[in-house]
Design a protein around this ligand. Sequence first.
Ligand code: ATP
Ligand code: MG
Length: 359
Amino acid sequence: MATVTLDQLCKRYERSTDLAVDHVSLAVAHGEFMVLLGPSGCGKSTTLRMIAGLEAISSGELAIDGRVVNEVPSKDRDIAMVFQSYALYPHMTVRDNLGFGLRRRGIDKTEITRRVQDVAATLGLGVLLDRKPYALSGGQRQRVALGRAIVRDPKVFLFDEPLSNLDASLRVSTRGELIKLHRRLGATMIYVTHDQVEAMTMGSRICIMDKGRVVQIGAPLEVYRRPANLFVAGFLGNPPMNLMPARLEGDRLVIGAARLALPPELARDAASAPGLVFGVRPEDLAVGEPGDDAIATEVTAVEPLGAETIALLRIDGSEAEMTARLGRDATVSVADRLHLRPDLAKARLFDAASGNALG
Ligand SMILES: Nc1ncnc2c1ncn2[C@@H]1O[C@H](COP(=O)(O)OP(=O)(O)OP(=O)(O)O)[C@@H](O)[C@H]1O
Ligand SMILES: [Mg+2]
């Protein structure tokens, strides 16, 4: 187990003008489950591959356990990596696939047998040890790939979207397995995904990336509740945070026809920004009576999802749309009028020019 520290890490691919990874700094603590989350192309895999030693570092420093490893070859970094496309050896049984890395390291035969048995039991592969990969399901193959990493007992585990080839239910169960595994091994893990549910449920902390840069690092709920800027607010959450153009009039925040009385601290922060965006999560809107403190809307679509009902709404006096998460028993129909009171204690205000959160 180990710490992993990235200090101003950059990657510029040959013949490319932009940095694929742009001054990324990140300190992963011993035993932490760090998730790198962001849209396609934001530099997650490149970052992970630099940590693994599969990609040269253009500039900056990478340290494992306090030792700079920029120039240390991948095989000497004591890291195991699991990819989305697990390459198992097709001609070898599960048992031999699991033990292969250990045999190559010259580890004693009985020790290999013990470790392989152990890992197979953990991952429920015991009855599959004599099968070859072609006779396994996708989920079983992915578990063998995980097992191959675990059996090595590395200092650091790196995962690059290891669940994305699995079907929905296997993904959920394998996700659970990984969480348990992390708890049991107490190992340092860095996990790349663009799936925010995986990020929220697995991460000790989430590092959100955009265009090669780190945008925000924090515990899942902290990042969810207090997005640092408009990018994070719009990226996290399904449906995402409602973001509406707003302006300040005295101590009132004007959104369409609504005039919300802002708490003094928020009003003070807002006064300094020339343009404002008001952010409120769909679940922080309560249906009520018309009034200055309610946003008047018309329902444009209703999505009854069983556990909840999502209403899509057009805001009176503006072109802006918003979504509200209503109870499962909500009885709303298209063209209904809804008056929604945002919970201002949970709302966020952003500077429209910089996109950064205020306060
Ligand atoms: N070998 C390469 N040569 C040149 N450019 C590359 C190479 N690999 C990746 N890139 C570019 O670097 C940027 C970051 O790519 P990267 O694979 O790290 O993104 P990612 O966040 O993992 O995306 P995804 O979610 O799609 O896997 C992208 O713009 C990509 O096109
Ligand atoms: Mg990737």
